[in-house]
Design a protein around this ligand. Structure first.
Ligand SMILES: N[C@@H](CCC(=O)N[C@@H](CS)C(=O)NCC(=O)O)C(=O)O
Length: 214
């Protein structure tokens, strides 16, 4: 089976990189340079008209959307237990990933690019402020969910990877999460995982390559 992951540094494509690594999958990574607009190139738009990453290619067939990708990885590599085995908990895991993707991510995207949601001159800071307030509320919910737990379930699963990315992105925007000790503990535990260290080292190497090519 040929597996390729379209990826870009900093983006949420970090999460399936983590789970593919946790699963011991052999996969090729195809980095896109967003600064050079490679995700908008005619070649990439043919592969993914949504111009987004992550995108998984399995034996030439494409799969977009993080949750579908994570579910495919979990089903294809069941030994890695990337989703809980109990059916109800499995659905709770899907619910968590939907929340990361549809609840948390859009507010992170607004901070990254406020003009995409409001182009009225002078509103950028206001968009960011509102998004930040929403994120603080969402991280409080996550903090409560993580009370007394190392991970969202009784072991590492795909939602942990997805939430790790959300938290990392929020920290890069310097959102103050210092009051959320359970989130903080989760973040630190994730940083200790070899899969996470691998993707962060990979990210650095790609960023260095892109900087050289700039
Ligand atoms: N709903 C998608 C969101 C993916 C997404 O927004 N990816 C961003 C990077 S974090 C992207 O590729 N943005 C480029 C663009 O929108 O042109 C998912 O969960 O996979």
């Amino acid at each position: 089976m040929d597996i390729a992951l379209y990826y870009a540094p900093i983006t949420c494509a970090l999460a399936p990189y983590i789970t593919l690594t946790e699963a011991g999958a052999k996969f090729e990574v195809r980095p896109l340079n967003f600064r050079k607009g490679q995700h908008m190139s005619p070649e990439y738009l043919k592969v993914n008209p949504k111009h987004k990453v992550p995108l998984l290619v399995v034996d030439g067939k494409t799969l977009s959307e993080s949750i579908a990708i994570q579910t495919w990885i979990a089903r294809t590599f069941p030994h890695a237990k990337l989703l809980p085995s109990d059916p109800w908990h499995e659905l709770q895991a899907m619910s968590l990933m939907s929340w990361c993707s549809g609840g948390i991510h859009p507010f992170l995207a607004r901070i990254n690019s406020p003009v995409k949601v409001c182009d009225v001159p002078g509103t950028e800071e206001s968009v960011k402020k509102l998004a930040t307030a929403n994120l603080v509320e969402l991280f409080k919910i996550a903090d409560d969910l993580l009370t007394g737990r190392e991970f969202f379930f009784d072991h590492f699963t795909a939602p942990d990877a997805h939430f790790f990315w959300c938290q990392r992105r929020a920290r890069q925007f310097e959102i103050d999460l210092s009051g959320f000790r359970n989130c903080d503990g989760h973040f630190k535990r994730m940083l200790e995982r070899p899969s996470v260290q691998k993707v962060l080292a990979f990210e650095k190497s790609v960023q260095d390559e892109f900087a050289k090519a700039a």
